[in-house]
Design a protein around this ligand. Structure first.
Ligand code: ZN
Length: 682
C-alpha cells in the first residue's frame, strides 16, 4: 500500500466532508504533519541514568555516522533527564546540566529528530509515602518495589493526572518530535518475572464495581468477572490514551505518538527480540501484516541488540539484526535498532557494522525506498501454523514473489494467484469472495480441506479423511510429471504424506492428478513395501468462469515444513507455474538461500527487486553470508527501460536484450544484500 497516497485520500475525504477545498499549500503542510508515514531510521539508545555523563557531541556524531535520522531518547517518567520543576519527577542525579535540552538542540542542528521516551509504570520510592493511592497493589495486598522503583497503577493519580503534568512540562519546554510510552497498561509481573496478579488498589476496586457491579477478581477468580475485567482494562487503557493523545496533539499536531498498542497512536512499536530469531520470515510478516491491517499508521519494529532482559549488554548475532532490518526495510516499514546506552559505551559492538550498513544504504537510497508499494503478483493468505509457514518457505525459496493478504483488508483481484494454507477453515463469506475471484479470472490454490461453501471446485463430496499416523505416499505418475513440467521431478516417483488426507469424490469436469498410496506396510525392511496405488487423486483442478482452482487435499506446506523433502515444493511450484499458469513477471535463477522482494514506484517511474542472502546461518549462529555469484533475473515489461542499476555499488547493469518485452540481466555477485533498480523513460 502506498501510505502517503492513503493519507492524501483521507485528507481529501475529510476536507470534502467539511466542505472546505484545500489549497495545495494546506494539503502539503497537512501531509508534512504526518511525516512519520515516511519510513525513518530510528536508533534507540536506551539511556541508563549513568549515561547522563556521556559525551553529547560524540553521541550526535555517532548517530549521524550510524545512518539514523531519528533517535528514541529517555526524557522522563522513571528518571527526568532534564531539570524538571515538578515535585514528583525524579531528576537524574548523575546529570550536571540539561541532557535532553542540550542533546536535542545538537540533534536538530544535524537534522536528526528526537522521540522522547517516557515510562510512567514506576515511581521513585522516595515519593510513595505521600501518595500511596498512586500505587499498584498486588493480590497479596503489597506494593511492588523493584530496585527502588515502585509500581504505579493506571487508575491512580500518577498515571491519570500527574503523567499529563510531566508531558506538558517536557513538551512545552522542548520541541520534541515524538513521544514514546514504555510499559503501558496493567502489567502483572516485575522484571524478574515474579507474578503479582491483578491490581487490587482502591481505585481499581471502585472503578470496576462502577463498571459491572462485581467485586474485583484475582487472576484465578470467577470466569465471568475475569472476562469483565478484560473488557474494563481495555476501556481504561483506551480512555487514558485518548486523554494523552488530546493533550499531546493540543500542544503540537505533528508530534508523533508511539507505543505498543494501535489505538490513539501514529507509530506502532514492535520488537524482534528472540535471541536466535523466530521464523526466518518473521519480520516480513510483521512488516507486511502491520502495514496491511492498520490504516494510516506506520511500524517501527525494533531489532533488540541484546539477548534477554538479564543480559542487556551482550548482543544477538550481527547478521540476525541485519536480516531483520532488511526485511522491515524492503517491506516499507521503518528501520529500528535498540541498544542499552549510547553507542560510545556499548561493550558488544560486533553488530554495529552490519547494522549501520543497512541504515546507510537506506539513507543513500531514500529516493528509491521511501515511497513504494508491493509489486508482488501472488497473494498468500496470512494464517498461523505449519502449513502457512511451509508455504512462506516454498514461495521464498523458489523466488515466487508474494504478498501476505487478508480477506478483510486486501484487494484480492489485484493478484494473479491466491494461495490459501489450511483452507478448511475459510469462512462462508470468504469462500464466496474466492468464488468471485476465480470467476473473474483468478488462479486459486488450496492446501488442506476444501471449504464447504466454496463452489468453484464443484463442491466435491468428502468421502473420508485418512488419519494422521497412517503411512502414506503421493504417487507422481509420468503423466503428472509431464503436466507439472518441473525438471527436478524426474528423480521423484513419490513423496511421503503424513497428516490428514481428505479423500474427495470430485465433481464432473474436475482434473484429477497425482494418486494416493495408502496400502503401505512398514516394519522390518523385508516387509516395507506397498502393494497398490489407489485411484484417489491428490490434486484436483477445475475451471470456473474465467479462472481456475486447484486443491491439494492435504497440507502440502506443513509437509515441507516438517520434513524438508524437496519433492513437495516442486509439486507446489509446478502447479502454480504450469497447471494454473500463473505467469511470473519476474523470474530469478539463483540459490534458494536468496530472498527476493519486488516493489515499485506508485507513479510508475521505477520498480526494484531486492535480494537478501541467507547463506550465513548455521545452527545458532548467523555468520557473514557466502557471496552468491551470477544471479540471473528476467523481467517482463512493456515499457522502454531507461537504465538498470545495482544500488549497493551504483553500477549499471546491461540488459542482454532490451528490445524484447523480457529483459534479462545478471548480477555478477550478491554479497549480503542488493537492490536492482529498473528505471523507465517517460
Ligand atoms: Zn489499581
Amino acid at each position: 500500500m502506498n501510505r502517503n497516497f492513503f493519507s492524501r485520500i483521507v485528507l481529501i475525504i475529510a476536507f470534502t466532508l467539511t466542505g472546505i477545498i484545500p489549497s495545495v499549500q494546506q494539503a502539503k503542510s497537512a501531509e508534512d504533519s504526518n511525516w512519520w508515514l515516511t519510513p525513518h531510521r530510528l536508533l534507540q539508545t536506551n539511556l541508563r541514568e549513568i549515561d547522563a555523563t556521556m559525551d553529547i557531541d560524540k553521541y550526535v556524531r555517532e548517530v549521524e555516522e550510524f545512518g539514523a535520522n531519528i533517535v528514541l531518547f529517555n526524557v522522563g517518567g522513571i528518571v527526568a533527564n532534564y531539570p524538571t520543576e515538578l515535585e514528583y519527577h525524579w531528576r537524574n542525579t548523575f546529570m550536571k546540566g540539561d541532557l535532553v535540552g542540550e542533546t536535542l538542540k545538537k540533534l536538530h542542528k544535524a537534522d536528526i529528530k528526537m522521540i522522547g521516551r517516557f515510562d510512567f509504570s514506576k515511581i521513585n520510592e522516595k515519593y510513595v509515602a505521600n501518595h500511596p493511592e498512586w500505587l499498584y497493589v498486588s493480590e497479596k495486598g503489597e506494593h511492588v518495589n523493584y530496585n527502588g522503583q515502585v509500581h504505579t497503577c493506571v487508575m491512580g493519580g500518577y498515571q491519570q493526572d500527574y503523567l499529563l503534568e510531566i508531558l506538558k512540562e517536557a513538551l512545552t519546554k522542548y520541541p520534541l518530535d515524538g513521544v514514546f510510552f514504555n510499559m503501558i497498561g496493567f502489567p502483572q509481573v516485575d522484571y524478574s518475572r515474579n507474578f503479582h496478579g491483578i491490581c487490587q488498589c482502591e481505585n481499581c476496586k471502585e472503578s470496576f464495581k462502577d463498571f459491572c457491579g462485581l467485586d474485583l477478581p484475582k487472576h484465578d477468580g470467577d470466569t465471568q468477572a475475569l472476562r469483565k475485567h478484560q473488557q474494563w482494562k481495555s476501556i481504561q487503557v483506551d480512555r487514558q490514551f485518548g486523554r494523552v493523545r488530546d493533550l499531546i496533539k493540543s500542544i503540537r499536531s505533528d508530534i508523533v505518538i508511539c507505543t505498543y498498542t494501535t489505538e490513539h497512536i501514529d507509530l506502532i512499536r514492535k520488537e524482534s527480540g528472540a535471541p536466535l530469531g523466530r521464523e526466518t520470515w518473521d519480520d516480513v510478516e510483521r512488516a507486511q501484516w502491520t502495514l496491511l491491517t492498520t490504516e494510516n499508521k506506520q511500524l517501527a519494529n525494533t531489532t533488540v541488540h541484546f539477548y534477554q532482559m538479564i543480559f542487556r549488554h551482550s548482543a544477538a548475532a550481527p547478521y540476525l539484526h541485519s536480516r531483520r532490518l532488511w526485511q522491515q526495510m524492503v517491506n516499507g516499514a521503518w528501520l529500528d535498532f535498540y541498544c542499552i546506552g549510547p553507542l560510545q559505551r556499548l561493550e558488544d559492538r560486533a553488530g554495529i557494522g552490519p547494522i549501520s550498513n543497512i541504515y546507510r544504504f537506506h539513507a543513500a537510497n531514500e529516493k528509491w525506498l521511501l515511497d513504494t508499494e508491493s509489486a508482488a503478483e501472488v497473494g498468500l493468505v496470512c494464517r498461523d501454523g505449519d502449513d502457512y509457514w511451509g508455504w512462506v518457505q516454498i514461495l521464498s525459496e523458489n523466488h515466487i514473489l508474494f504478498n501476505l493478504v487478508s480477506f478483510e483488508y486486501s484487494d484480492l483481484k489485484r493478484y494473479r494467484a491466491l494461495i490459501i494454507p489450511e483452507s478448511g477453515g475459510v469462512k462462508a463469506e470468504d469462500a464466496r469472495a474466492l468464488d468471485a475471484y476465480v470467476e473473474g479470472g483468478g488462479k486459486l490454490l488450496l492446501s488442506g480441506r476444501i471449504p464447504n461453501k466454496l463452489t468453484c471446485l464443484g463442491q466435491p463430496v468428502l468421502k473420508k479423511t485418512w488419519p494422521l499416523r497412517h503411512s502414506m505416499y503421493v504417487r507422481i505418475r509420468p503423466e503428472d510429471k509431464a503436466e507439472l513440467d518441473v525438471d527436478g521431478l524426474k528423480d521423484f516417483d513419490l513423496v511421503q504424506l503424513r497428516g490428514d488426507f481428505h479423500q474427495y469424490e470430485p465433481a464432473s469436469g474436475t482434473g484429477r492428478m497425482l494418486r494416493l498410496i495408502h496400502d503401505v506396510m512398514y516394519g522390518p525392511p523385508e516387509k516395507c513395501y506397498y502393494r497398490s496405488v489407489s485411484d484417489i487423486p491428490a490434486l484436483l483442478l477445475r475451471k470456473h468462469g474465467d479462472g481456475i482452482a486447484a486443491s491439494f487435499p492435504f497440507q502440502i506446506g506443513a509437509m515441507y515444513r516438517e520434513w524438508g523433502n524437496l519433492g513437495h515444493p516442486m509439486l507446489a511450484v509446478g502447479t502454480l507455474d504450469n497447471l494454473l499458469q500463473t505467469g511470473r513477471r519476474v523470474k530469478i535463477e539463483s540459490s534458494p538461500l536468496l530472498e527476493a522482494t519486488h516493489r515499485r514506484d506508485p507513479k510508475g517511474r521505477f520498480e526494484w527487486i531486492a535480494f537478501y542472502n541467507h547463506s550465513g546461518r548455521l545452527e545458532n549462529s548467523f555468520h557473514p553470508p557466502i557471496p552468491i555469484d551470477n544471479v540471473r533475473i528476467s523481467l517482463k515489461t512493456s515499457r522502454p527501460i531507461k537504465q538498470v542499476t545495482s544500488l549497493t555499488n551504483r553500477t549499471r547493469l546491461t540488459p542482454s536484450d532490451n528490445s524484447s518485452d523480457e529483459m534479462q540481466i545478471s548480477l555478477p555477485r550478491l554479497n549480503v544484500f542488493e537492490v536492482i533498480l529498473v528505471e523507465y523513460g517517460r
